[in-house]
Design a protein around this ligand. Structure first.
Ligand code: NAG
Ligand code: NAG
Length: 117
């Protein structure tokens, strides 16, 4: 899969590897291997790669705008519960993003409501 990996996938995989430490720190339950597989699958369903990268920067940094095409792909390919669970996992695993939780949820809601599938 190499070059096909999107930023979401790389983020989820790298966080899944270090969750042992950060989850203990946050006193949250450590996700099971099957839950990690579920999240990896969610992240992999966002196509094409530029849509995955666009939504990633839009949600976590606010310096990109998700196009209508990518918004539709998020609805159709990933779905609401997968998207919310991905965000929750990233926030629980990353103190850096956790600080900006409010903005991040606002942005994901804007993206989510920005198109109809
Ligand atoms: C968090 O929000 C602050 C203030 O809006 C911003 O300066 C900072 O770059 C943000 N951090 C991340 C990781 O997006
Ligand atoms: C958005 O910010 C991130 C983190 O600072 C950076 O890696 C990325 O290149 C930026 N994207 C754009 C389009 O400026």
């Amino acid at each position: 899969m190499g070059s096909m990996k999107n930023l979401w996938l790389m983020l989820i995989i790298s966080m899944a590897i270090k969750t042992g430490v950060s989850y203990q720190h946050l006193e949250a339950p450590i996700p099971s291997p099957s839950y990690k597989n579920y999240l990896t699958d969610c992240a992999a369903r966002l196509h094409p790669k530029y849509c995955a990268d666009q939504t990633y920067f839009d949600i976590f940094y606010g310096n990109e705008t998700t196009s209508e095409e990518c918004c539709k792909n998020l609805h159709v390919g990933v779905g609401k519960s997968c998207t919310d669970n991905l965000i929750k996992f990233v926030l629980a695993s990353s103190p850096q993003f956790k600080k900006n939780e409010t903005q991040i949820w606002r942005r994901i809601n804007q993206i989510w409501n920005g198109c109809t599938a």
